[in-house]
Structures are given as C-alpha cells and as structure tokens.
Ligand binder design. Sequence first.
Ligand SMILES: Cc1cc2nc3c(=O)[nH]c(=O)nc-3n(C[C@H](O)[C@H](O)[C@H](O)COP(=O)(O)OP(=O)(O)OC[C@H]3O[C@@H](n4cnc5c(N)ncnc54)[C@H](O)[C@@H]3O)c2cc1C
Length: 149
Amino acid sequence: MSSLSPRYDVAVIGGGHNGLVSACYLAKAGLSVLVLERNAELGGATRSAKAFEGMDARLSVYSYLVSLFPQKILDDLGLNLNLLPRRTASYSPVLEDGKLRELLLRNDASDGNREAFIARTCSDSDYSGYLALQDIRIHLASVICPSLT
Ligand SMILES: Cc1cc2nc3c(=O)[nH]c(=O)nc-3n(C[C@H](O)[C@H](O)[C@H](O)COP(=O)(O)OP(=O)(O)OC[C@H]3O[C@@H](n4cnc5c(N)ncnc54)[C@H](O)[C@@H]3O)c2cc1C
C-alpha cells in the first residue's frame, strides 16, 4: 500500500476487461488512474485460472469474451494480441424424455449447420429462420458497434 499515491484523477473499481480498457484510455489521455480489484487476479470474466493443483491446465471463466475484443481498441492501445475466432458458434443440449438432444452450430464448418437443424427439428424452416436472424443480427451489430467503440 505504501506505493499508492495520495491522490488520483480517477479510481476504477473492478479490474475486469471494461475497467482495464477504461483505465488504459484514461491513462493514455494523461490522467493518473487507480484500478482497485478485489480478486487476486485481474481480468474479471476474461481471466482463466489453474483449477487443479499440479495440472498445467487453465480453465476459462468466460474468456471467450476476449475473442470479441474490438480491433479498434487493440489498435488504439497498441496491443500486440492475435485473436482467433472460436470454432463452435453455439451448443444447446436438451433432455427430452430422458434422452439427450443437442444442437451444435459451427463457425468453421457452417455447411453442416443446416443438417444439424434438420436432425434436431426435422424441418428446414428453423434453419431458414436462423439465417434470417443472423442477417438481422449482423445489420444491428454494424449499426451499434461503431457507437460503442
Ligand atoms: C453466464 C454468462 C454468460 C455471458 N455471455 C456473454 C456473451 O455471450 N457475450 C457477451 O458479450 N457477454 C456475455 N456475458 C456478459 C459479460 O460476461 C459481461 O458483460 C462482461 O464480462 C462485463 O465485463 P466487465 O469488465 O464490466 O465486468 P467483469 O468481467 O465482471 O469484471 C468485474 C471485475 O470487478 C471486480 N469487482 C466487482 N466488485 C468489486 C469491488 N466492490 N471492489 C473491487 N473489485 C470489484 C470483480 O472481481 C471483477 O474482476 C455473459 C455473462 C454471464 C454471467
């Protein structure tokens, strides 16, 4: 605690990705910033941690969120970070009459998504609806995203 200054321009409560990005922008703008994080590790929902003693495996909290990190912020903050898209778009398991029914949608092999829908719903119409929803989502994101960044 002795290394803390007596005064800061801004205190950011919480060192999740939003707090850290905000702190970086504020510091780049010349303000002195204090980030206060209650956990031992920074990153909030984007962090991963060793869950099993002696095993060199790290489990994600919601670290897939890192893959949504906007390129504009990477560029603004001069971060050297290469992000990869995830292969799975979504996985929806449902127990019906004691049997597992599942819908696995892929980003990397979207040709198979139609078959996945048909296997789950026995009809083409839900897949058409899914594609229509994707178009709306892409349009909405193209409008909203610039206002967020
Ligand atoms: C089940 C689930 C699924 C989600 N799915 C998606 C998704 O698909 N897509 C998507 O975009 N978002 C999703 N989200 C939302 C996303 O996780 C959050 O919007 C995002 O993590 C918020 O980031 P943040 O930096 O604001 O907060 P967080 O990542 O939550 O970080 C907050 C930090 O503040 C710290 N903190 C809190 N209180 C204090 C305090 N009093 N003092 C000091 N430190 C404090 C915490 O320890 C933490 O480190 C999901 C969330 C959940 C729970």
